[in-house]
Write a protein that binds this ligand. Sequence first.
Ligand SMILES: [Zn+2]
Length: 59
Amino acid sequence: MTEWIRCPIYHKKTRLQIRADTELKNFPLYCPKCRHESLIDAKNLWVTVIKEHVVKTQG
Ligand SMILES: [Zn+2]
């Protein structure tokens, strides 16, 4: 079983999927729709947003 990770801002599907046994810690989730990164944790298909809309430095 896999689940799409959703954007914490717009709750649209991102391009990343997690499995039931996937564990993420401080994972930089990039949303192609609003073009931002958020830091997330994920465990047991439960995603916790640590920090939304992380500002990326250019270059
Ligand atoms: Zn987004």
